[in-house]
Design a protein around this ligand. Structure first.
Ligand SMILES: Nc1nc2c(ncn2[C@@H]2O[C@H](COP(=O)(O)OP(=O)(O)O)[C@@H](O)[C@H]2O)c(=O)[nH]1
Ligand SMILES: [Mg+2]
Length: 282
C-alpha cells in the first residue's frame, strides 16, 4: 500500500479548501470568497485501491503582515510543510503573479520536496484567465502541471493519480470511518463561521471566531449550543442586527446546511459575545 501527505499551499482564495473537499468527496473545510476563511490545518484522507493520500488544507498566504491573525495563519501554513511528501502549489489564473505570489512561492522553492503546480478555476472564461500563459510558463519549474476546476470537479483524477505515484509505500494514516483530524464541534463551528463570512463584508468576518460548547445527539434532533465571539461591542451589535435579524439569518443558513449534512433536525442555540482575546486561541 502507498501512503503519504500532500499539502495544499497558495494564496488566499485560490481554491485550496474547495479542491480538498472535491478530492475527499465531502465538505470537510469551509470555503469563502473572502480571505482568511481557513484558520487551521485540516486533514482530508482520500483512499483508492493503491493506497491513501492525506491532503493538508492550509490557511492562505495573505499580504497584510501588520495583522496579528495573519501572522499566525502564515506560521501555521509554514508548519504544515514539515514532513510532507508532495506540495500542491495552487494558483488562480485570473490573478496576476505579483509580490504576494512570489512571496508564497518563496516559502517552498528551496524545499527538497516534489512540487506540483495546480492551476485552478479552469471553468472561468478565457478572458478572465488573463495570466494563464504566465502560470503555464512557470510550470516548467514543477514536477507536473494540472489545469482543473475544483468547483466543477473537472480533471481532478489525473492530479490524484499523480500524487499517488509520488507518495511512498506505507500504512494508511486514517481508517475508513475517519477521514479527518477535525472534531465534530470544530466542523460545526466552521460551518457557522462560513455563514458569518457570507452574510457580512468588510471587517466583521476578521473580527470573529465561533466556539461550539455542546452538541447532543438526541433521538429526534441534534441540540447544538454555539457562540460567535467578536472583538468589540459594535461588531456584536452588527452581528445581532436590528431585531436580531442578522443572527437569525446566520442561524438559519447554518441549520439548513447542518440538517442536510447530518440528515437530522437541528436545534441551534446561537449567541454573540464580546471576547477581545479570541485571537490568542487560534
Ligand atoms: N470559478 C471557480 N471558483 C472557484 C473554484 N475553486 C474555488 N473557487 C471559489 O474561490 C473562492 C475561494 O475558495 P476557497 O476554497 O475558500 O479558497 P482558499 O482560500 O484557497 O481555501 C470561493 O468563492 C470558491 O467558490 C473553481 O474551480 N472555479
Ligand atoms: Mg481555505
Amino acid at each position: 500500500m502507498k501512503s503519504g501527505f500532500a499539502v495544499l499551499i497558495g494564496r488566499s482564495n485560490v481554491g485550496k479548501s474547495t479542491l480538498m473537499n472535491t478530492m475527499v468527496g465531502t465538505k470537510i473545510a469551509a470555503t469563502s470568497f473572502r480571505a482568511q476563511m481557513t484558520r487551521q490545518v485540516i486533514h482530508g484522507a482520500v483512499n483508492t485501491e493503491e493506497g491513501q493520500i492525506v491532503f493538508l488544507d492550509t490557511p492562505g498566504i495573505f499580504k497584510d503582515k501588520k495583522n496579528r491573525l495573519t501572522g499566525k495563519l502564515i506560521e501555521k501554513a509554514k508548519e504544515a510543510l514539515d514532513g510532507v511528501d508532495v506540495i500542491l502549489y495552487v494558483v488562480d489564473p485570473s490573478r496576476e503573479i505579483g509580490d504576494e505570489e512570489k512571496y508564497t512561492y518563496g516559502l517552498i522553492r528551496h524545499l527538497d520536496i516534489p512540487k506540483i503546480l495546480v492551476i485552478n478555476k479552469s471553468d472561468l472564461h478565457r478572458e478572465e484567465k488573463k495570466y494563464l500563459q504566465s502560470y503555464l510558463e512557470w510550470g516548467q519549474d514543477f514536477e507536473g502541471v494540472f489545469e482543473l476546476s475544483a468547483l466543477r470537479a473537472s480533471h481532478i483524477q489525473p492530479l490524484v493519480q499523480k500524487v499517488m505515484e509520488i507518495v511512498p509505500e506505507g500504512e494508511a494514516m486514517y481508517d475508513d470511518m475517519q477521514m479527518t483530524n477535525i472534531s465534530d464541534k470544530f466542523w460545526v463551528a466552521e460551518i457557522i463561521r462560513e455563514k458569518v463570512f457570507s452574510v457580512f463584508d468588510k471587517e466583521v468576518p476578521y473580527s470573529i471566531t465561533v466556539e461550539v460548547d455542546d452538541m447532543e445527539d438526541k433521538p429526534e434532533k441534534f441540540v447544538i449550543a454555539a457562540r460567535i465571539l467578536t472583538d468589540a461591542e459594535r461588531y456584536k451589535k452588527m452581528i445581532i442586527g436590528k431585531g436580531g435579524l442578522k443572527i437569525k439569518e446566520i442561524g438559519k443558513m447554518a441549520r439548513r446546511e447542518l440538517e442536510q449534512a447530518l440528515n437530522k433536525k437541528i436545534f441551534l442555540d446561537l449567541e454573540v459575545e464580546v471576547d477581545k482575546h479570541w485571537v490568542d486561541r487560534v
